[in-house]
Design a protein around this ligand. Structure first.
Ligand SMILES: *Cc1c(COP(=O)(O)O)cnc(C)c1O
Length: 373
């Protein structure tokens, strides 16, 4: 196999999805699987569906097209507000989209009418993350506008938490989102079917014991893929954290000083003796760099430490480990490293089932080895 490559264990993704679907299901909350961090990799999308997610969500039309071209058939929603330019594409490939702007919704309505479709609109409300979202005081007007626009239907409301900031949502935030759903119904009639309360950052709240009010959906990427709570960085209990691994080839191993000795100026030659007290380090250079991934988001096996990275090289301290040129080094990735690696053209993506097929994941039509570049 070539390196660099990302190896994907599909069985672990299915098990993570299944575990979250089951635990949140008991709380009356459905799970939408978010595929943007893997660029809509169809096998990963299928692994989420095998785990029972209610549908998928993506932020780019190109990724949705990729999934659909590979045969993924399920409701897909566009979680980034659609580009006005792409209104027709969004109508064609998504059954719903998250919106905050009248101009975009009007464009979606007219594109839907032209195509003879009705498109579901979910309105994103600003509840403190300060990324996308309509201000709560403007929500009723926007909802009324959706209801009055032919070609679109009001399906629900949603909020984002900890996308821009790193502040976990509170029970009060969830209560407010629920009240806003009631308020929209009071103001403009139709039942607000979906009340979607954010991504993996909301898991801690959702898996707690407090009331879930009207919240009935989460859109989960990181927790399913990496088993990590993005706020605490801790693993989510019961989930696999090693569904993805990055492999890179070692192209140099040398004992080097951990910093270069200061060079004396020519004037000082002969008069000063430079005594080096610089210690030596076993270093390896890996053929992977910032063009491929977020090098700061890599974790190495124990005894190996990150030193630095440039566009095409990553330098590590190999300590006492026996590392040879031509061998491969395995790394794990955080969300940012994963996202960049999955979109990097020079990184091969190898998706397969390596888990023994447990009772849980039997009979879902596994394919033994699937390779997608
Ligand atoms: C990325 C994204 C998500 C998923 O976030 P995770 O932290 O990966 O679970 C959910 N909703 C929106 C709008 C997003 O952009």
């Amino acid at each position: 196999m070539t390196a660099p490559r990302v190896e994907i264990d599909l069985g672990k993704i299915t098990q993570n999805a299944r575990s979250l679907v089951r635990r949140l299901g008991k709380r009356g909350i459905t799970v939408t699987g978010v595929t943007k961090a893997v660029c809509g990799h169809p096998d990963v999308a299928q692994a989420m569906l095998d785990g029972g997610v209610a549908g998928l969500a993506e932020s780019r039309v190109s990724n949705i097209r990729r999934m659909q071209a590979a045969g993924i058939q399920c409701p897909i929603s566009m979680i980034r507000a659609p580009l006005v330019e792409q209104a027709r594409d969004v109508i064609q490939c998504c059954n719903a989209s998250y919106n905050t702007e009248k101009a975009t919704i009007l464009k979606l309505g007219s594109a839907a009418r032209e195509l003879g479709a009705v498109h579901n609109v979910i309105l994103t409300v600003e509840l403190g993350d300060l990324r996308d979202g309509t201000m709560p005081e403007d929500l009723n007007d926007l909802a009324a506008m959706v209801v009055a626009t032919p070609g679109v239907a009001l399906k629900g409301i949603a909020a984002n938490f900890a996308c821009m900031g790193n502040v976990a949502p509170t029970a009060d935030d969830m209560a407010l989102l629920s009240r806003l759903a009631d308020q929209v119904e009071g103001a403009c009639g139709p039942y607000v079917t979906l009340v979607s309360a954010g991504g993996s950052a909301s898991l801690d709240w959702a898996l707690g014991t407090g009331t879930t009010c009207r919240i009935n959906n989460l859109r989960l990427g990181e927790a399913i893929l990496l088993g990590i709570d993005p706020i605490s960085g801790e693993l989510v209990e019961g989930l696999h954290t090693d569904a993805f691994a990055l492999f890179a080839e070692v192209i140099e191993t040398k004992l080097k000083p951990n910093s270069m000795p200061t060079r004396p100026s020519p004037l000082e030659y002969g008069t000063l003796e430079v005594v080096s007290n610089i210690s030596q380090q076993n270093r390896a250079v890996l053929a992977v760099g910032r063009q491929d991934t977020d090098a700061n988001g890599l974790t190495f096996s124990s005894g190996i430490g990150f030193i630095g990275a440039t566009s095409d090289h990553t330098v590590v301290d190999t300590g006492q480990a026996n590392v040879s040129v031509g061998s491969e080094m395995k790394m794990s990735m955080d969300y940012s490293a994963l996202m960049q690696a999955m979109s990097a053209p020079d990184i091969e993506k190898v998706a397969r089932h390596t888990q023994p097929v447990s009772e849980e994941i039997k009979g879902n039509g596994h394919r033994p080895l699937l390779k997608l570049v």
